[in-house]
Design a protein around this ligand. Structure first.
Ligand code: C5P
Length: 292
């Protein structure tokens, strides 16, 4: 057995996010295209004599039991009734509280990583089911690639590879609580819902212009009035050459889609004059890097 395993945990953006209604369990019924991107945390797992320890190098991320990755490790070990000594270290590159599934992807990497490290032999769908109990985005982070998500976000239909998107991400200098943004959502404030059908058609045809034009997120009806900075970032993205700019998840990060990497790089340089947390990324289609 290896003494240590290291995995890349990719961020996700929502290319579309529509809400169909409120569910009896308090969650919202989603229809959203989720897309993994080349912005990664790094998760390493190693054997220690006893106990479960989680460390993260980011001051805003809780250590130990309050960390989602810790809970993921514990629930997996409980399921297989195994007492293993494990130390988990998380190196954060994905901004925290950003709408990029940073916490969920670390938890997903922990489930995938421990399953591999200890040779537990659980299937991806078993890991996804375990993950769904901890957070709505975790099953997608385990499956990877691009998928149409329904239900709370855990019912997934994988999509074909689609076009490679050149992306610029900008996170303003504040974080948003997912629960609070969903809690403030009012269906009557939505004027236009995303057309998932139109998006999927453009996606299948690798038609980047129409992919861009079909991107939208109904949670912007909450955040644009609450945090005007998000609207300013969207405007700047378009001014700097993006074909579309949409908030990811419950925000506040805005993802801009560009026709080519050069324009995205120029926009990155301009955006850095205004914001600290700016990232270039592109579509990530899985493989060895996410440990699956
Ligand atoms: O599942 P997760 O813990 O990531 O969700 C955080 C919060 O976001 C939930 O407690 C809920 O308030 C809200 N949410 C929702 N509908 C969803 C997903 C999340 O209302 N489909």
């Amino acid at each position: 057995m290896d003494t240590e395993i290291s995995l890349y945990a990719p961020a996700k953006i929502n290319l579309t996010l529509d809400i169909k209604g409120k569910r009896p369990d308090g969650y919202h019924e989603l229809e959203s295209v989720m897309h993994q991107i080349s912005l990664f945390d790094q998760v390493s797992i190693r054997a220690i004599p006893d106990g479960l320890q989680v460390y993260c190098d980011h001051p805003q991320v809780p250590q130990g039991e309050d960390n989602l990755a810790f809970r993921a490790a514990r629930i997996l070990l409980q399921k297989v009734e195994k007492k293993a000594g494990l130390e988990i270290k998380i190196k954060k590159n994905i901004p925290v509280g950003a709408g990029l599934a940073g916490g969920s992807t670390d938890a997903a990497a922990v489930l995938i990583g421990i399953n591999k490290f200890l040779g537990l032999g659980l299937s991806s769908s078993e890991l996804m089911e375990l993950g769904a109990g901890l957070g709505s985005d975790i099953p997608f982070c385990i499956q990877g690639g691009t998928a149409l998500a329904r239900g709370r976000g855990e019912i997934l239909t994988p999509l074909s590879r689609g076009p490679v998107l050149q992306l610029l991400l900008v996170k303003p200098d504040f974080s948003l609580s997912t629960a609070e943004i969903y809690g403030r959502f009012r269906m009557e404030n939505v004027e236009t819902h995303p057309s998932t059908e139109r998006f999927l058609q453009a996606w299948t045809q690798c038609d980047i212009i129409n992919v861009g034009q079909s991107m939208s997120n109904v949670l912007e009806t909450v955040t644009l009035s609450l945090c005007p900075e998000i609207a300013r970032i969207k405007e700047k993205m378009l001014e700097f050459g993006a074909i579309q700019a949409v908030m990811s998840g419950s925000g506040p990060t805005v993802a801009g889609v560009f026709l080519d990497a050069g324009t995205a790089r120029d926009a990155y340089a301009l955006m850095k004059n205004y914001y600290e947390e700016v990232f270039l990324a592109s579509s990530f289609f899985g493989g060895d890097e996410n440990g699956t």
